[in-house]
Design a protein around this ligand. Structure first.
Ligand SMILES: C[S@@+](CC[C@H](N)C(=O)[O-])C[C@H]1O[C@@H](n2cnc3c(N)ncnc32)[C@H](O)[C@@H]1O
Length: 274
C-alpha cells in the first residue's frame, strides 16, 4: 500500500477524485466555507471585512460596476459585493456551493447571477466586466499552462481599463516545510463516513515552487485519490506572466486587504489593468 504514496506523480496530474466535488468531501468543504471563524475554504470574517473595505475603496462600484467572482464558492464575497452596489456574477464548479449561493441570494432578495461551471472551460464572454476577482490564492492550484489560460480568459472578459484582482501564496508559506508520509485509520470525520485506511504524503517537486498534498482513502471495495497541488510565487515571475498576457498597469500588495508587500509577506496581491 505504501507503494501508492511512494509512486511518483507527474507534476500537475489530476487525481481521480476532487476535494471540491467528492460526495463526502464537498459538504465538508461547504461547511468550511460557511464557518468564517477560521481560515478554511474561505478566510475568517474579520479578514473578509477588511478585504471588502479595501477592495470597495480601490475599485468603487460607481466606477467599476460589473464584477465577476471566479471560484465564488457559496457566495461569501459575492453577497458582500452585491450589498456594496456591484452587479455580480459568480462561477464555481461545486454544484453544492452554487445551490447554497442561489438559495441564500433568493432568501435575502439579492440579484446575483450564479453559474455552476469550470471557469477554465466556460466561455467568460468578451469585454464584459469592470472587475474580475480570484480570491484566496486559487491560482496556485493550476499548472503553468492552465494558469496562463486563466490570465488569457480573464484578459478577454475584461473591458478596456477593467481590473483583475487576485492573491497568491509566496514561498514564505512553505518556509518550514518538511516532506513526509503517514497513514491512519479514519471513520466518521472530515475525510470519510465509513472506516478506511488513509495514506497521505506531502512532497515538494525539486527545483520548483510546487507542492503536492497527496491522499489515498482505502476501502474494502474502492480507493479514493486526492492530489492537492499548490504553487507559490515570487512577485517578478507573476508580473512577467501578466505582462505576457497583455496586462499593463500593475500594483502589488502584501495581501488582498491592501497591506504593503514586504519580503516577509506570506501572500501577494495583484491589481492589474487591461
Ligand atoms: C479556496 S475556495 C475560495 C472561495 C472564495 N473565493 C472565497 O475566498 O471565499 C476555492 C473555490 O474555487 C472553486 N473552484 C476551484 N477550481 C475551480 C474551477 N476550475 N472552476 C470553478 N470553480 C473552481 C472551488 O469549488 C471553491 O469553491
Amino acid at each position: 500500500m505504501m507503494e501508492l504514496i511512494k509512486k511518483d506523480v507527474t507534476l500537475f496530474s489530476q487525481s481521480k477524485d476532487s476535494i471540491w466535488l467528492d460526495a463526502h468531501l464537498a459538504p465538508q468543504m461547504l461547511a468550511a466555507h460557511l464557518d468564517t471563524e477560521f481560515d478554511g475554504a474561505t478566510r475568517n470574517a474579520e479578514y473578509i471585512d477588511q478585504s471588502m473595505e479595501w477592495l470597495t475603496q480601490k475599485c468603487p462600484a460607481q466606477s467599476y460596476p460589473k464584477l465577476l467572482d471566479l471560484g465564488c464558492g457559496p457566495g461569501i464575497y459575492a453577497e458582500k459585493f452585491y450589498e456594496a452596489g456591484y452587479q455580480v456574477k459568480g462561477i464555481d464548479f461545486s454544484e453544492l456551493s452554487i445551490a447554497h449561493a442561489k438559495k441564500s441570494a433568493q432568501e435575502k432578495g439579492f440579484i446575483i447571477d450564479y453559474q455552476c461551471g469550470d471557469y477554465l472551460q466556460e466561455n467568460l464572454g468578451k469585454e464584459q466586466y469592470d472587475i474580475i476577482v480570484l480570491i484566496y490564492c486559487d491560482l496556485g492550484v493550476f499548472s503553468t499552462e492552465d494558469r496562463n489560460r486563466v490570465f488569457e480568459k480573464v484578459y478577454g472578459a475584461l473591458k478596456k481599463g477593467g481590473r483583475f484582482i487576485f492573491d497568491v501564496f509566496t514561498p514564505k508559506k512553505y518556509a518550514k516545510f518538511e516532506a513526509g508520509d503517514t497513514w491512519q485509520l479514519e471513520v466518521d470525520n472530515f475525510w470519510t463516513k465509513e472506516a478506511c485506511l488513509h495514506l497521505s504524503a506531502q512532497k515538494n517537486y525539486p527545483g520548483t515552487n510546487t507542492y503536492l498534498d497527496q491522499h489515498y482513502l482505502l476501502y474494502p471495495d474502492k480507493i479514493k485519490e486526492f492530489f492537492i497541488w499548490e504553487t507559490v510565487f515570487n512577485k517578478e515571475e507573476v508580473l512577467a506572466e501578466l505582462q505576457a498576457a497583455g496586462f499593463t498597469t500593475s500594483e502589488v500588495f502584501g495581501d488582498i486587504r491592501g497591506t504593503a508587500y514586504t519580503s516577509e509577506s506570506e501572500t501577494l496581491c495583484f491589481v492589474v489593468e487591461k
